[in-house]
Design a protein around this ligand. Structure first.
Ligand code: APR
Length: 169
């Protein structure tokens, strides 16, 4: 049975088995959550990402996919990097955003992670409307069989927190 919890705060300060990163396909860092994770997690994470780019992810990580690295200095065992879809003028590819959550849980299960922290993927630089992203995130987690015991959505501000709280009823 998976418990879903909501926290308003900084995902890099969570003590969980795996922290999910809202990465980009280069896997070589960026702003937002990505920047915060690399900043606080330290260079080991980027070194692991570079190893992935030099081996099985030569072209980078595809949107909707997920891959794990060390968590470096973070209070976690792994970072699970996933690439969200960008919101376009005519909307966004909702199945790809759902895939970020589903694939991250699949990787978490492969690792044996029991507690996983997710940010609100695609709702920052990638401009996905928060309410719709929260609907997709919560519905996907509720409908994905997993051995993960706690899925913790870590929301950076009150608006994001409210959007997720609305979906959890
Ligand atoms: N902890 C939790 N949530 C955070 C944090 C943090 N430290 N920093 C930002 N957020 C929130 C943002 O407010 C937003 O709601 O995470 C959500 C996702 O925003 P982004 O980090 O911008 O991620 P995304 O929209 O998926 O865009 C990914 O941005 O940072 C670059 O390299 C990244 O190119 C990629 C793109």
């Amino acid at each position: 049975m998976t418990t879903i919890t909501l926290v308003q705060g900084d995902i890099t300060r969570q003590s969980v088995d795996a922290i999910v990163n809202a990465a980009n396909s280069s896997l070589l860092g960026g702003g937002g959550v990505d920047g915060a994770i690399h900043r606080r997690g330290g260079p080991e994470i980027l070194a692991d990402c570079r190893r992935l780019r030099a081996s099985s992810y030569g072209k980078g990580l595809a949107t909707g996919q997920a891959v794990a690295t060390t968590a470096g200095e973070l209070d976690a065992r792994w970072v699970i990097h996933t690439v969200g879809p960008v919101w376009q003028a005519g909307g966004g590819d909702a199945p790809l955003l759902a895939s970020c959550y589903r694939e991250s849980l699949r990787v978490a299960d492969e690792l044996g992670a029991r507690t996983v922290a997710f940010p609100a993927i695609s709702t920052g630089v990638y401009r996905w409307p928060m309410e719709d992203a929260a609907r997709i995130a919560v519905e996907t987690v509720l409908n994905t069989p997993t051995g993960v015991e706690e899925v913790r959505f870590v929301l950076f501000d009150a608006r994001a927190y409210e959007a997720f709280a609305e979906r959890l009823g």
